[in-house]
Ligand binder design. Structure first.
Ligand code: V47
Ligand code: SF4
Length: 378
């Protein structure tokens, strides 16, 4: 319970609004970043989270395919990409190699493949359409969540197609939804310093808006905790909230904590766990039209992912099965991210929440309630 005695007077109307289910303004959001204690914002965010989802925590069974780490762009925070001119230490997978990765899951109950990578000049729209077609032909029920707006912007421009034409081409090949990467910080003041050469904020938002209007759902991210100010975070979330008001096409918001290993921004310190939890909580409070808030556990680590479930988060992504390198190369907590379903279920139960397996679009596939999982813990 929040009492008037411990609460700065300017924060009281915000608490009242949240309790009444009303939207907070941009100025109020900034005030929360500047003055809201962890306990204050956490308690409000948890109220919203429980109003929306009760004790449920969603996860899915998924794996990643990263077609290449060769990239024409040079984002300063990226520890993953290898520039095209020095691609000896990069990888480039063929369609057959990627199809073999899909075949590895034959007979296993995965529901989603997440495909994302660097922007390779030779992997074009036709190449990726071919990949999607082959995956769908092999496993029609597997949901394909593929390519960030950064990859789309490049491949559509190269193919001389509009965003609509390009998306239609890939939807016909099997594309089901769009992940949230590439958003970083939309505001040009920061974007020009950390990722000047890739699609700008307006371009990213336009691709997602067009996708929503064509019936696709997507996610949105923010890369926070580096050189941006709180005002830049609010600006970023404002643009997303406005777009969501127009389309309703976003499923989930995913704050991504900047990790500083082996990149051009290594001198920038990483944010503290308190700041990370405040970021989740304030996002939950401000983005009242986003149904879900996700903590990406490979980046945060398992224990902080558990903690985030008390700060507004209701989703912790999926099993992943050690199929991503993006975060481990940037110094994330999990070097070889993989969790069995039993691991995920038990991780959620340990913090007294109810594990629910979902598909990509948040249809509930199984509510684990208190059921004992036979699979061993690893
Ligand atoms: O856009 C790159 C981030 C993103 C670093 O939609 C970094 O379900 C921190 O968006 N420190 C790609 N972050 C990954 C992504 C994602 C991940 C999981 C689920 C979903 C989803 C989307 O990775 C990039 C960038 O913001 N990133 N380098 C770094 N050093
Ligand atoms: Fe390329 Fe993405 Fe890395 Fe930027 S973040 S350099 S676009 S792989």
């Amino acid at each position: 319970m929040m009492t008037d005695t411990v609460l700065a007077p300017e924060l009281q109307p915000i608490a009242a609004k949240v309790m009444a289910g009303e939207r907070i303004t941009d100025e109020e959001c900034l005030l929360l970043f500047e003055k809201g204690s962890l306990g204050f914002v956490g308690s409000l965010a948890n109220t919203i989270r429980e109003r929306l989802h009760g004790d449920k925590v969603f996860f899915n069974r998924n794996f990643h395919i990263e077609p290449t780490n060769v990239c024409v762009f040079s984002c300063n925070f990226c520890s993953y990409s290898r520039i095209y001119a020095h691609k000896e230490d990069g990888w480039e997978l063929s369609i057959e190699q990627m199809l073999d990765m899909v075949k590895k899951y034959d007979g296993q109950p995965v529901t989603e493949v997440h495909i994302v990578g660097g922007v390779h000049p030779k992997m074009d729209l036709v190449f990726f359409a071919e990949l999607l077609k082959k995956i769908k032909a092999h496993r029609p029920d597997l949901h394909i969540k593929a390519f960030t707006a950064v990859e789309y912007d490049y491949m559509f421009r190269k193919a001389k197609m509009s965003v609509e034409e390009g998306l239609q081409f890939l939807i016909s090949a099997g594309l089901d939804s769009i992940p949230g990467g590439g958003a970083e910080i939309f505001h040009p003041e920061i974007r020009e310093k950390i990722c000047a050469d890739k699609v700008n904020g307006e371009g990213w938002l336009n691709i997602h808006e067009t996708a929503h209007r064509m019936g696709l759902h997507s996610n949105a991210t923010i890369l926070y905790g580096h050189i941006e100010s709180y005002a830049h975070r609010v600006d970023h979330m404002r643009r997303l909230r406005e777009l969501q008001d127009r389309t309703g096409g976003f499923n989930t918001f995913i704050p991504l904590k900047f990790r500083n290993k082996d990149n051009d921004m290594s001198a920038v310190p990483e944010s503290s766990p308190v700041e990370d939890m405040r970021m989740y909580a304030i996002a939950r409070i401000y983005l009242d039209n986003f149904p879900h808030l996700k903590a990406y556990w490979p980046m945060l680590g398992r224990q902080q992912a558990q903690l985030s479930l008390s700060f507004g988060v209701d989703d912790i992504d999926g099993t992943i099965d050690d199929t991503t390198k993006i975060y481990s190369m940037a110094g994330a907590e999990e070097l070889n991210p993989a969790m069995s379903t039993a691991d995920l279920v038990n991780l959620i139960r340990q913090v007294n929440r109810i594990p629910v397996e979902r598909d990509t679009l948040y249809n509930e596939l199984k509510n684990y309630g208190n059921e004992v999982i036979a699979e061993s813990l690893s």
